[in-house]
Ligand binder design. Structure first.
Ligand code: ATP
Ligand code: MG
Length: 655
C-alpha cells in the first residue's frame, strides 16, 4: 500500500512544488546539497502514487554506476524499486545496453569493446605515430570527446581547431587515428562497440518506427539526475526516448559541471525552459547537507567566478546548526601532509566519527598513494574509490574472464540462477566459505568477496538477471572503475566524489598545479573555471568537518617550490572574523547580527514562508524609503518573534 505521507514528508515548499508539478516537463536548478536527488525520487513516487504512471514505465538515468546505485537505494526505501514491476534507475550506458540487447537487428552481431587502448594503438601505428601510454590515453579521450559531442572523423580536425583542443598530435593526424579506430571496430557483420557506441547505436535503433513505438509504449516518464553532465550524444538518445512527448524531469547544478573535457555541457539544463516554455521551473537555495560555515566557503569560492552564464548564480543558504570553521593546514612537504591528515583522521575516529563517514579527496588518483601509506601506518581502514587497482587485481581479472566465458556457453540452462553460477566460478579462484589463513590468500578472498557483494547488489536490483547481463554490468563498473564499497575511510578523486556526502571531508594537495591542475592553467580561463567548480564540488561534500591542506614541496626536494591554490586567495575561512554573515557572506551592518553571525535574512530563512515573504517586502520597501541597507532594518526582537513564529508580535513591532 502506498503511504500517502511518504511523498511530501521532510520536503520544503519549493521541493514540494517540484514533486507535485503536473505531468510534463519539470526542471530543478539548484546548488549542491539542496535536495535535488531527494526531490526527484519523491516526484517519481508521487507520479506513481497518484496513478499517473506505473513503476515499470519510469526510466531514471544518471551518469555513474555509483550515482545510479544511490538513486536505486533511495527508490527502494520508498518501496518503488526492487523485485517485480519497478522503476528503472540506471546509468545512460546501462540503459542503452539493455535497449541494444532487446532491439538489435538479426544478422549483425556485436560485442562490447572493454579495452579500447589496444585498438587505438593499432590505429595510431597504422598512421605511423610513435606513442606512449599517456599519448594513447590522450588520443582515446579525444575520440571520446568527439563522439560525445557528435563529431565524426571527417569533421574532427575543423571542430578541434575551433575549440582549440589540446592534443598530443596535430588535429588532422588525430582525425586519421580516429577514422582508423572506427574502421577497426567493424569487421564484416560483426561490430565491436565502445561505450560511446552504446549510446550512439541505442539512439540509431529508435529511428526504426517499430522499435520506437515499442520502446515508447513501454517507457512513459523520464528523469535525469545531474543533468549538467549530459553530452550532446546522450541528449540525442534522450530525445529519441521521448519522441514527441515531454514527460521529463531534469535536475542539475551548472556550478557542478566537471566533465566538459569529455563533452558534457550545462547548455541543455540552462536552456530547458526555452525548449519547453510550459515547464515547471523550480530553484532550490536551502542547503540541507552542510553547516553554514561550509556553505559560506562554498558560496565564496563559486561566487569569485569572474563571469557566469545566466541561471548559474545560486547562493546557498545553510539550514543546519553552526559547526566548526573549515580548517586550513600548511605542511612543509607531502609526506608530512599525509601523516598530518592521517593523525587528524585518527583524532576524529577516536572522538566518535565512524571511518565510513570520513573522506580524503584529491585531484588525481596518483595522489592517493601517500595517504594510503599514512592511513595504513596509523592503522586506519580505508577504501580507494575509482582506482584502477580493484579491477586490475589478478583474481578479479581471472574471475571476470571466467565469468564472461561461462556466460557465452551454449549449454547453459536458460533460467539458470546467476548467483549460484558466479559462486561456482569464484570458488576455485579462492572464494571459500570461511576466511582462509595467510595474508595472500586472505587478500585474494577479500577481493573476491567484494566482487561477490557487487553481484549480490545487482541481483537484488534485478531479480532473475541473466548471467550475460550480470557480466555486462560488471564490465560497465570496471570501465568506470567503480570499486565496491567496503568499510573504512574513503579515498577518492574529486570527480568520483560528486553527489556523495560525508561528515568529515579532507581536501588534500590544494596547491597550484594540482588545483587547478597544470594542464588546465595551460589551456586557459575556461579550463581553470572547471577546476574551480571541481573545488566547489569537493567543499560541498562535507556535512560538518572540512579540512583543507597543502604542502610547500615534494618530500625530499627540500626547497619550497609550491604555493597554495589560488582558489583560496582572498577567502576568509572564518566569516565571523570579518563581520560577514556566516551563511551568505553579506556584510553585517546590524550589531545584533554581528553577535549572532548571521544577517537578518539568513536568520529568518527556513521559517514561516508567508511571514518571511511579507517581511522581505516590508523590509525592502522600508530600506528603500530610508535609503539604508536592508540588513539595518530588522531588530533582534523581531527576529526572535519570527524564529518563534509569533506573527502577532512581529506585526506590532513592525508597526
Ligand atoms: P548534490 O548536488 O551534491 O547532488 P543534491 O541537491 O542532490 O546534492 P541531496 O543529496 O538530495 O542533494 O540532499 C542533500 C542532503 O540533504 C541529503 O542528506 C538529504 O537527505 C538532505 N535533505 C534534502 N532535502 C531535505 C529537507 N527538506 N529536509 C532535511 N534534509 C533534507
Ligand atoms: Mg544529487
Amino acid at each position: 500500500m502506498p503511504d500517502p505521507h511518504r511523498v511530501l514528508d521532510g520536503l520544503d515548499p519549493e521541493q514540494q512544488r517540484a514533486v507535485l508539478a503536473p505531468r510534463g516537463p519539470v526542471c530543478v536548478l539548484a546548488g549542491a546539497g539542496t535536495g535535488k536527488t531527494r526531490t526527484i525520487t519523491r516526484r517519481i513516487a508521487h507520479l506513481i502514487d497518484s496513478g499517473q504512471v506505473n513503476p515499470g514505465q519510469v526510466l531514471a538515468v544518471t551518469f555513474t554506476t555509483r550515482a545510479a546505485g544511490e538513486l536505486r537505494a533511495r527508490l527502494r526505501s520508498l518501496g518503488i524499486a526492487g523485485p517485480g514491476n519497478s522503476v528503472q534507475a540506471q546509468t545512460f550506458h546501462a540503459a542503452a545496453l539493455r535497449q541494444l540487447r532487446y532491439f538489435w537487428p538479426r544478422g549483425l552481431s556485436w560485442e562490447l569493446l572493454d579495452h579500447k587502448l589496444p585498438v587505438v594503438a593499432r590505429a595510431a601505428d597504422h598512421v605511423g605515430l610513435t606513442t606512449t601510454t599517456e599519448s594513447l590515453r590522450d588520443l582515446a579521450s579525444e575520440i571520446e570527446w568527439a563522439k560525445g559531442s557528435l563529431i565524426g572523423p571527417a569533421d574532427y580536425a575543423s571542430r578541434a581547431a575551433a575549440e582549440a583542443r589540446d592534443t598530443p598530435f596535430p588535429h588532422d593526424v588525430v582525425a586519421r587515428v580516429f577514422d582508423g579506430y572506427e574502421t577497426a571496430k567493424r569487421n564484416g557483420s560483426h561490430l565491436l562497440l565502445d561505450f560511446d557506441d552504446l549510446i550512439i547505436y541505442a539512439g540509431e535503433l529508435l529511428r526504426e518506427p517499430a522499435a520506437a513505438t515499442d520502446f515508447r509504449s513501454r517507457y512513459r516518464c523520464f528523469v535525469v539526475d545531474e543533468y549538467q553532465d549530459i553530452t550532446p550524444v546522450q541528449q540525442l538518445l534522450l530525445d529519441a526516448w521521448l519522441g514527441e512527448r515531454d514527460n521529463l524531469t531534469v535536475v542539475g547544478d551548472a556550478n557542478q559541471t566537471i566533465y566538459s573535457f569529455a563533452g558534457a555541457t550545462a547548455r541543455y539544463l540552462l536552456e530547458f525552459t526555452r525548449r519547453y516554455p510550459d515547464a515547471t521551473l523550480v530553484r532550490l537555495e536551502r542547503d540541507y547537507r552542510s553547516t553554514p560555515e561550509v556553505v559560506s566557503l562554498a558560496n565564496q569560492v563559486i561566487g569569485a567566478t569572474a563571469e557566469r552564464s545566466p541561471g548559474t548564480r545560486l547562493e546557498l543558504i545553510g539550514q543546519r546548526p553552526r559547526g566548526p570553521v573549515p580548517r586550513p593546514a600548511e605542511f612543509a612537504d607531502d609526506l608530512r601532509e599525509a601523516s598530518g591528515v592521517a593523525a587528524q583522521v585518527k583524532h576524529l575516529i577516536n572522538a566518535g566519527t565512524a571511518p565510513s563517514e570520513v573522506a580524503v579527496l584529491y585531484r588525481v588518483n596518483a595522489q592517493s598513494e601517500r595517504f594510503e601509506e599514512a592511513l595504513t601506518g596509523a592503522g586506519i581502514p580505508y577504501q580507494v574509490r575509482g582506482s584502477e587497482a580493484f579491477f586490475t587485481r589478478t583474481e578479479i581479472v581471472q574471475a571476470m574472464r571466467k565469468l564472461a566465458a561461462t556466460a557465452e556457453r551454449d549449454d547453459l540452462p536458460h533460467d539458470v540462477d546467476a548467483t549460484r553460477v558466479v559462486r561456482a566460478v569464484l570458488a576455485p579462484l579462492g572464494l571459500s566459505e570461511s576466511e582462509p589463513a595467510g595474508p595472500h590468500a586472505k587478500a585474494r578472498w577479500e577481493s573476491l568477496r567484494a566482487l561477490m557483494s557487487v553481484v549480490d547488489e545487482l541481483v537484488a536490483d534485478e531479480p532473475g538477471i541473466t548471467l550475460q547481463r550480470l557480466v555486462t554490468e560488471l564490465t560497465l563498473r570496471a570501465e568506470e572503475r567503480h570499486t565496491p564499497g567496503q568499510a573504512g575511510v574513503t579515498l577518492a578523486s574529486l570527480h568520483a566524489a560528486k553527489g556523495l556526502e560525508w561528515d568529515a571531508v579532507f581536501l588534500v594537495g590544494l596547491t597550484e598545479g594540482s588545483v587547478p591542475i597544470t594542464q588546465a592553467v595551460e589551456r586557459g580561463d575556461d579550463a581553470i573555471e572547471e577546476e574551480r567548480r571541481l573545488f566547489y564540488v569537493g567543499i560541498t561534500r562535507a556535512r560538518e568537518h572540512l579540512y583543507l591542506s597543502w604542502s610547500l614541496s615534494r618530500s625530499g626536494a627540500g626547497r619550497a617550490t609550491r604555493r597554495r591554490t589560488r582558489f583560496l586567495d582572498g577567502i576568509d575561512l572564518d566569516p565571523r572574523r570579518s563581520g560577514r554573515c556566516t551563511v551568505c557572506g553579506a556584510e553585517l551592518v546590524n550589531p545584533e547580527s554581528r553577535v549572532r553571525g548571521r544577517c537578518a535574512s539568513c536568520r529568518i530563512e527556513g521559517r514561516d514562508e508567508g511571514l518571511m515573504s511579507a517581511l522581505r517586502t516590508w523590509r525592502a520597501d522600508r530600506a528603500r524609503r530610508r535609503g539604508v541597507r536592508e540588513g539595518a532594518i530588522l531588530t533582534d526582537a523581531m527576529l526572535d518573534a519570527i524564529a518563534e513564529q509569533r506573527p502577532a508580535d512581529v506585526g506590532s513591532l513592525v508597526a
